[in-house]
Design a protein around this ligand. Structure first.
Ligand SMILES: N[C@H](CCC[C@H](N)C(=O)O)C(=O)O
Length: 277
């Protein structure tokens, strides 16, 4: 099976062009290819497939084999792949995902996509829409006990669930210890992606992320969107927000009149390969 290894600010996946390849058990394949010693090494697997509703369809699997409904860094790489590998000549494309159709604008430099702007749709704030077990119409700066300590969290779905937690220091964070405790917390029936955020200034945030199904990754596109929305709701930032992640920066704009979140960032090919399946 042919594959292409790609990364969006360090959030790396194995991409398979399912116009040419057939994948029988994607969840099992995701676990195998993600292993950084016995496999290719990645945060998961992304399938690029035909769609009846859009130009292409993206199916995404975490490193533990669980299917994710949306992947922000992944959809930018899908946009790059379909243009650079000749599946389209358009620079405005639609990609069907489990969390709806996403609209991409591709920036082309010297014949290759360098940046992608994604219309990520509307954030979801209702507890049932996250989902999170909580009263009220949104979870904003709410207490949650983890490992005997109270944290304050804001919950946002970008098609997948996020818990945004503010700290004064995200560098010296025992993320390997508390990340799984948030991920598996009983108030999240579908588990959760957790972002740990430090406010740098009125337009800049620094974050680390413990991803549902993949552990700490260098970046999370949906997470950066959730962090920007939560930070605007909590009054920490305004306007276009720069989110600084371990793997690089993303620009996030929440157009509150349209109630649409836009994410802009790079996408890159690492290498092409082939494995026996
Ligand atoms: N772990 C996520 C999917 C990947 C999201 C992330 N890599 C992104 O760029 O948005 C989930 O299970 O909801």
């Amino acid at each position: 099976m042919k594959f292409t290894k790609m990364q969006g600010i360090g959030n790396d996946y194995v991409y398979v062009n399912c116009f040419e390849e057939k994948v029988e058990n994607p969840g099992k394949l995701a676990v195998r290819v993600s292993d950084r010693h016995f496999g290719i090494g990645s945060d998961g697997l992304i399938l690029i497939k035909p769609s009846e509703r859009a130009d292409f369809c993206m199916e995404m699997y975490n490193a533990d084999g669980s299917e994710g409904a949306m992947c922000g860094n992944g959809v930018r790489c899908v946009g790059k792949y379909v243009y650079d590998y000749g599946l389209t000549e358009q620079t405005s494309i639609q990609v069907e995902t489990k969390s709806g159709i996403k609209y991409l604008d591709l920036t082309v430099e010297e014949g290759k996509v360098s940046q992608v702007r994604v219309n990520m749709g509307a954030p979801e704030l209702s507890p049932s829409g996250i989902p999170v077990l909580a009263d009220g119409d949104k979870v904003l700066d709410a207490p949650i006990m983890v490992d005997g300590r109270e944290y304050r969290m804001t919950c946002v779905s970008m098609g997948n669930p996020h818990a945004v937690v503010y700290l004064n220091d995200v560098k010296n964070l025992e993320i390997e210890k508390i990340g799984p405790m948030f991920e598996m917390h009983p108030c999240f029936p579908d588990r959760v992606n957790t972002e740990f955020v430090r406010v740098v200034d009125g337009h800049t945030l620094e974050m680390r992320v413990w991803e549902r199904g993949s552990g700490e990754t260098l970046a999370c596109g949906t997470g950066a969107c959730a962090v920007a929305v939560a930070s605007i709701l909590n009054g920490h930032v305004s306007g276009e927000v720069t989110v600084k992640l371990l793997g690089g920066d993303l620009k996030i704009l929440w157009d509150e009149q349209e109630n649409i979140v836009y994410m802009t960032g790079p996408a890159a090919v690492v290498f092409d390969g082939e494995i026996e399946v």
